[in-house]
Design a binder for this molecule. Structure first.
Ligand SMILES: NC(=O)c1ccc[n+]([C@@H]2O[C@H](COP(=O)([O-])OP(=O)(O)OC[C@H]3O[C@@H](n4cnc5c(N)ncnc54)[C@H](OP(=O)(O)O)[C@@H]3O)[C@@H](O)[C@H]2O)c1
Length: 578
């Protein structure tokens, strides 16, 4: 894979299509120490499609991924099948079929692997059984007594697979709609809420003074739970506390915690205020959007704002989970609701950092749900579309069935919470998700490049230097940087231009520090490659050693480094228009 990746750019440069040889490559990463287990995706910013003399589009950096995504397959079909290509809908259908067939092949080979390894098979089966049992147990508590829920789900899945196999897009759409929209919609007709009180005495809600968070707090109080309201403004917290007691009765227990999540908050600050409570439900709702409708990465917002957004949308969730999960695990029951967003599902330009934080929330919830399978603690993520709150007031949308009020949204989400652990929680948003997926298939561009091997940062640097680019190597250890620089010189010749910068991305680095080091360089390629993982196999969330500080380092290294470097380098690329 890495050989293939490195060859393609060289070919295009040799043909004179690119002037990159006079430009600088900026490559940062722990250059020689990727753990052997590292296998994450490395997403490069795609280079714009070029129009050659024959009028055909070529992309010099088009690197084939091992597993083409569905949109990518559609794009490939669109680009390659010539004048007699089938209509778009059929192409998408064909792509879905190919993707489904690939998935089925994968499933078969996985099954074979499991059959050969009974211990692994047992572990997976137990995990799946626990997850299924927990969600099933939860379902009949107060909602429809859907005894056959899992049979229904299985039947729909089989139908979906069949329709994918037979590449009939209409059937795919119908079965998706029935499964993802129809079934939860039926549940919304129920009058009663699940029995959240059975999980514990208290519900903790972050971002509880307004919008969706306030509605969750009201619903939890109506279910008979004490509520802990967490938000930044003491006055508004007091007024919401009064409103809740008026609504749910003066005996409703309310506790207030005033915290601004855009700051780095000590775990003890939160724990000390929660440790005496029996917490049944934790709702990580707080979220920071853009102050106006423009979330352009460079022009409006700036690094400091984006760092605040990451702290408020991501770090708050890690902080609250670190504070509350240990007691839930001990009591063997509890529910965590993490607030994602439909923006993570779509390619949301002009909201890049916001959408990415929500993708983090979704991925984190999904992994944690598996990690806690069998412990009695359920982790879920909800991904709404537009809900009528002050967060979207700049968009000028009025309340409608498409943009429900926070109360309508929350009621719908809580009633359907047991159906699909990660869903949008509201029937119209589920439908919108389906339309978005189909739209992405129809109108997608080829936007993703993936691939990663051990020591990939170092390989990039070597290959780019061999192509005649000057390279800037960034890593935390000066000695190792010098060694890699020598290695590159031995490979690319003594005249190779190499600059090294020793920087530890787990620290909070000021933008100016980076900018000043890059001054005067014309940067043609930025490879945001740095990434850190767990020191040994064992990334369990509550494992000792994997504490909040460690998780914060991971976020700074894997997320903040990318926002930092992009903020430093993109303006000059934008100026030079390449
Ligand atoms: N509205 C939508 O269309 C939509 C769609 C998808 C996902 N979401 C997600 O849903 C969640 C709630 O959104 P919303 O629309 O209800 O937002 P909202 O109306 O703006 O309410 C946000 C709440 O969070 C609090 N808050 C904001 N920044 C804070 C900080 N730094 N520290 C502590 N508390 C803070 C606010 O308190 P103050 O009183 O101090 O401002 C308020 O209580 C967010 O995670 C959002 O990303 C919303």
């Amino acid at each position: 894979m890495s050989t293939e990746m490195s060859r393609k750019p060289r070919r295009s440069m040799a043909s004179g299509e690119d002037t990159a040889s006079t430009q600088e490559l900026l490559c940062h990463g722990d250059l020689s120490t990727f753990p052997a287990s590292y296998s994450g995706d490395c997403a490069l910013q795609d280079v714009p499609l070029k129009s050659s003399s024959r009028g055909k589009f070529t992309n010099p950096y088009h690197l084939p991924s091992k597993e083409p995504s569905v949109p990518r397959l559609a794009a490939e079909n669109t680009l390659t099948e010539g004048p007699n290509k089938p209509p778009a809908v059929v192409q998408v259908s064909l792509s879905w079929k190919r993707a489904a067939q690939d998935r089925i092949k994968q499933a078969i080979s996985l099954t074979k692997k499991y059959v050969r390894n009974p211990a692994m098979l047992k572990e997976k089966a137990t995990q799946a059984m626990h997850m299924g049992k927990e969600w099933y147990q939860y379902t009949p508590a107060a909602m429809l007594d859907v005894r056959y829920y899992y049979f229904i789900v299985t039947a729909f899945n089989l139908l979906l697979l069949y329709t994918l196999w037979s590449w009939n897009l209409l059937l795919v759409a119908l079965s998706w709609a029935a499964f993802r929209v129809g079934f939860p919609a039926v549940l919304q007709l129920k009058k009663t809420m699940p029995n959240f009180r059975s999980l514990g005495e208290w519900a903790v809600i972050t971002g509880a003074t307004d919008g969706i968070g306030k509605s969750y707090a009201k619903q939890m109080a109506k279910c008979g739970m004490g509520v802990v309201l967490v938000s930044r403004n003491q006055e508004r917290l007091d007024s919401v506390a009064e409103e809740i007691q008026r609504l749910a009765g003066s005996s409703t227990k309310v506790r207030i915690i005033a915290i601004d999540f855009t700051h780095d908050i000590e775990l003890e600050t939160v724990k000390s205020q929660l440790d005496d409570l029996e917490i049944g439900v934790l709702i990580n709702n707080v979220g920071l959007g853009y102050p106006n409708s423009d979330g352009t990465f460079l022009d409006v917002n700036g690094l400091e704002f984006h760092r605040k957004m990451v702290r408020c949308n991501v770090d708050s969730m890690l902080l609250m989970c670190s504070a509350v999960l240990p007691q839930m695990q001990e009591r063997k029951k509890g529910l965590v609701i993490n607030m994602g967003s439909m923006t993570s599902e779509t390619q949301t330009a002009f909201a890049s950092v916001y959408a990415s934080t929500k993708a983090f929330v979704e991925a984190f919830s999904f992994c944690l749900a598996q990690e806690f399978a069998g412990t009695g603690v359920r982790i879920t993520c909800t991904k709404p579309g537009f809900v009528q709150t002050k967060m979207i007031k700049n968009l000028g949308l009025s309340e409608s069935f498409m943009t429900p009020s926070p109360d309508t949204y929350v009621e719908s989400h809580l009633k359907t919470i047991a159906t699909i652990p990660i869903a949008s929680g509201y029937w119209f948003h589920d439908l919108a998700e389906l339309v978005l997926i189909i739209e992405t298939c129809l109108f997608c561009s080829d936007y993703m490049i993936t691939g990663a091997t051990d020591g990939i940062g170092k390989s990039y640097a070597k290959e780019m230097a061999k192509s005649g680019l000057g390279v800037v190597l960034i890593s935390r250890n000066q000695e190792r940087l010098d060694n890699v620089a020598d290695e590159i010189r031995a490979l690319a010749g003594p005249t190779a231009k190499i600059r090294t910068i020793a920087m530890d991305f787990t620290d909070d680095i000021a933008l100016e520090t980076v900018k000043s080091q890059l001054d005067g360089l014309e940067i043609g390629v930025l490879i945001n490659n740095v990434g850190m993982s767990y020191p040994k196999r064992g990334g369990r969330f509550l494992k000792s050693g994997n504490d909040l500080d460690f998780h914060r380092k991971i976020i700074r290294c894997n997320v903040d480094s990318m926002v930092l470097m992009s903020t430093a380098v993109l303006p000059q690329m934008q100026d030079r228009r390449k």
